[in-house]
Design a binder for this molecule. Structure first.
Ligand code: MCN
Ligand code: CUM
Length: 792
């Protein structure tokens, strides 16, 4: 019996009795969340803390003639009132956006969207700060607004960005991908061509917690601490250093618990910068928290693409090419969050899951008098729009060919032996077994049975619809050679330290907003080291205590940071092996690893556990270092998760109300770390998809007034609008990811809207309708049933 055999490894199992680390483990963070013990930004209260409130423009487009702040300054509890002119004196009136544009922190010349930041007040309490906003007198010279993207390039359209040198129109950028000539040739010769215009309306992530921060600038130390609702604390810190000129080591960004991000918390908003300025000016900590209306009208929107899609095929349904022309509404400032080389995000994956001969996209992006942002809302960098386009087009083609949409998809899938597969727009899909996933979804939904039921119901005038979507996503940006945000390469660091008693701490550069990282990252390390997940602490969201990395969005945490966590654990295991060889007095080559312990090959009794090794690593003697490691992981490629969704709806013929009756989601995100969390992610995303497809739109009137500034108008789906979800999965590991995992956090928001819309259109087949635009509210569905095109 070896000296350490008394510490025999115990068999760690999860709640269902599965061995650690991967499996359905309950979330470690939930005990604090369900008890109301989460610590969010608004829970931060510092001695002497002041409160900031922002005055926002009531109109969408206007020159500022004058601002009178004297009455506000005279308010007894007001400490400071700051306007754009004040910021301009410090060179802080404008800040860079994530897309190399500039955005006004506070208006200096003119207002460019309703809700834009005009001035701020700092006061002793939140109420006084808000009261004092009423005392500021602003004279606006109102200008005509560009509220409809289709009018943005009209010759007489007012020029929104006259701040940009020589700007004479509202053109933002052009972008194209694919081979125009080759695609035109396929279209010229094709037997069947279908063209469909469609709009992906502007929507909003609307997380439960709005955006906000507490800025605390300590004058003596010259150090800024910023508690902030940030999905990317490290990237934000660097940008503050570059913009505000505060040395980077004197900035600490802390993202505490985040009450949902969904992309809303990727950009840097003027409110954060104002708070930093306010703390510097007053010498006190300053808190700013948006209210719901501010969040909905002024922060990162999503989508807003007007698309024309064309699909070419043979008569028997072989899809040959897809062509698309997009008019993209970027609002008043281009704040798109995507790697800088990708101004249209990853929209290039509009070729979907199909093996095409050619593809081409031409895009024109324009400025309008609407809030900036772009790409936020569980979008995988514009893949939502791409997947919607292709999955609607395929259904339109099925409609014209009178083919079953499921069979049309099956016929055109990229086949397993074609992976790695380079698409006609240059993306290299890593792995996929699409037909298996399709089969599983059809089986779970009883697709054949549903079609039979539908035929019977139609005989009685009932409107039942079955919709399918099959999506492929590209998630996990970098690699850093191709992908950066404002020069910061998209890679992630990770540090792992095993304490003497065998407990561990892993430090991440990504930031959870509800995805359960405290659980799943512990599980990744547990799987590699055999330390139980409950013994592994996950630290994130504090730039002073975590390694540099680009943060959580585009479902990149698992593909990038998850890989880093696995590799850093393997690095620690390699060190442990050296120590074990000393303890067991054998050569390294003679050691075998079994989760949690090393033993001498051929003699399992000669073994040491990872806990024994940890103690030894910190013990007396001449060992050079403890049991810890750090790495930075730069991914080789993106990962390409995929899935098949089937939605069943009933449309009330009398009221045009759509009821989602059944929804099957089969996802393939490669190796699964925690299937329970994956299901939760998918169910949440499907609910968002139902919201977008049926209920949600950030709408504007012709003067650019936002009509969706509250949850009375911007409808969030509740338990009443969503069905009981049926989840399934297949597992096709990523060949280049160390544990074969792909991202999943945005899959369902991407994949579900077309499934819902396809189902509604299928239900309306008796009316001869091929398309109607989201959101398919009762009035829009009713219009469609009367043969009227939907307004958009
Ligand atoms: N996971 C897993 N096995 C896999 C893939 C993922 O167990 N093969 C787990 C992960 O370990 C993680 C979760 O699923 O706990 C999501 O992982 P991943 O797909 O890597 O996505 P991220 O963690 O990077 O999360 C970002 C993604 C995005 S971009 C948006 S937007 C979104 C989403 O996550 N915002 C969310 N899901 C959200 N869920 C909540 N509750 N709140 C948000 O704001
Ligand atoms: Cu695009 S929403 Mo998410 O990437 O944070």
């Amino acid at each position: 019996e070896a000296p350490h055999a008394t510490h025999r490894r115990r068999e760690f199992t999860d709640n269902d009795g599965h061995p650690v680390g991967y499996g359905r483990m309950l979330r470690k963070e939930d005990p604090r969340f369900v008890r109301g013990q989460g610590k969010y930004v608004d829970d931060v209260v510092l001695p002497g803390m002041l409160h900031l409130a922002i005055l926002r423009s009531p109109v969408a487009h206007a020159r500022i003639l004058s601002i009178d702040t004297s009455a506000a300054e005279a308010h007894p509890k007001v400490k400071a009132v700051v306007t754009g002119a004040d910021l301009a004196k410090q060179g802080l009136a404008w800040m860079p956006t994530l897309s190399n544009d500039v955005q006004a922190v506070l208006v200096t010349d003119k207002v460019r969207f309703q809700g834009q930041e005009v001035a701020f007040v700092v006061a002793e309490d939140r109420y006084s700060a808000r009261d004092a906003l009423e005392l500021i007198d602003v004279e606006y010279d109102v200008l005509p607004a560009v509220a409809d993207v289709r009018n943005a390039l009209a010759p007489d359209a007012p020029v929104i960005r006259d701040d940009l040198d020589g700007k004479k129109d509202n053109h933002c950028f052009d972008w194209e991908t694919g081979d125009e000539a080759a695609t035109a040739k396929v279209f010229d010769e094709a037997q069947v061509k279908v063209t469909q215009d469609m709009v992906y309306p502007r929507v909003h992530p609307a997380p439960m917690e709005t955006c906000g921060c507490v800025a605390d600038f300590e004058r003596v130390a010259g150090k800024l601490t910023l508690w902030c609702t940030s999905q990317a604390p490290h990237a934000h810190r660097t940008l503050y250093a570059l913009v505000a000129g505060i040395p980077e080591h004197k900035i600490r960004v802390i993202s505490p618990d985040i009450g949902g991000g969904f992309g809303n918390k990727v950009p840097i908003y003027p409110g954060y910068v104002c708070s930093v300025v306010a703390s510097i000016v007053t010498g006190k900590p300053v808190k700013w928290m948006e209210d719901r209306a501010e969040n909905l009208i002024s922060t990162g929107f999503a989508r807003d693409y007007v698309m024309r899609g064309e699909i070419a095929a043979t008569k028997d349904g072989r899809i040959q090419a897809i062509r698309t022309n997009v008019l993209a509404d970027h609002g008043a400032f281009n704040g798109t969050a995507a790697p800088v080389k990708y101004p249209a995000g990853f929209f290039g994956v509009f070729t979907g899951s199909y093996d095409l001969d050619a593809a081409y996209c031409k895009m024109t992006a324009v400025y309008t008098n609407k809030a900036p942002g772009g790409v936020a809302y569980a979008c995988s960098f514009r893949i939502t729009e791409a997947v919607y386009l292709v999955e609607r087009l395929v259904d339109c083609l099925a409609y014209e060919l009178k083919m079953d949409p499921a069979e049309l998809r099956r016929k055109n899938f990229i086949r397993p032996e074609q992976f790695p597969y380079t698409t006609q727009t240059g993306w290299v899909y890593d792995s996929g077994e699409y037909e298996r996933t399709l089969d599983k979804a059809m089986e779970l939904a009883d697709y054949a049975g549903l079609r039979r039921e539908q035929a019977q119901r139609r005989e009685h005038g009932e409107l039942m619809g079955i919709g399918m979507s099959f999506f492929t996503e590209a998630v996990g940006a970098g690699p850093r050679k191709d992908m950066d945000i404002l020069g910061l390469g998209m890679a992630d660091g990770c540090e792992l330290r095993v304490h003497p008693t065998g407990k561990a701490v892993v430090r991440l550069s990504v930031q959870s907003q509800g995805q359960g990282h405290e659980t799943t990252f512990a599980q990744i390390v547990a799987e590699e080291l055999g330390i139980p997940p409950e013994d592994i602490d996950v630290v994130h969201g504090d730039t002073d205590n975590t390694p540099f990395g680009l943060g959580t969005y585009g479902s990149r945490s698992t593909p990038v940071s998850g890989a880093a966590a696995a590799l850093v654990a393997r690095k620690v295991r390699d060190k442990a092996r050296i120590i074990a060889s000393g303890m067991l007095e054998c050569s390294i080559a003679d050691l075998e690893w079994e989760k949690g312990s090393f033993h001498v090959t051929g003699d399992p009794t000669q073994s040491v556990t990872i806990q024994d090794i940890a103690m030894r690593a910190h013990g007396a003697g001449d060992l050079p270092e403890g049991l810890e490691a750090q790495i930075c992981y730069n991914p080789e490629n993106l990962t390409y998760p995929f899935g098949c969704y089937i939605c069943v709806v009933d449309v009330d013929p009398g009221t045009a109300v759509v009821k989602v009756r059944k929804f099957v989601a089969v996802d393939d995100c490669g190796t699964q770390i925690n299937p329970m969390i994956i299901e939760g992610q998918v169910q949440g995303g499907c609910a968002e998809g139902v919201g977008m497809a049926l209920m949600q739109m950030i709408a504007f009137d012709e003067d650019g007034n936002c009509l969706s500034a509250s949850f009375m108008d911007y409808l969030i789906p509740t338990a009443l609008e969503v069905p009981h979800w049926i989840n399934g999965s297949t597992v096709t590991p990523s060949p280049h990811h160390p544990i074969g995992a792909k991202g999943v956090g945005e899959s369902a928001t991407v994949g579900s809207p077309p499934a819902v819309v396809n189902a509604v259109i299928d239900a309306l087949a008796p009316f001869g309708i091929r398309h109607a635009d989201m959101p398919l509210t009762p009035s829009r569905v009713w219009d469609a049933m009367q043969g009227h095109p939907t307004p958009s």
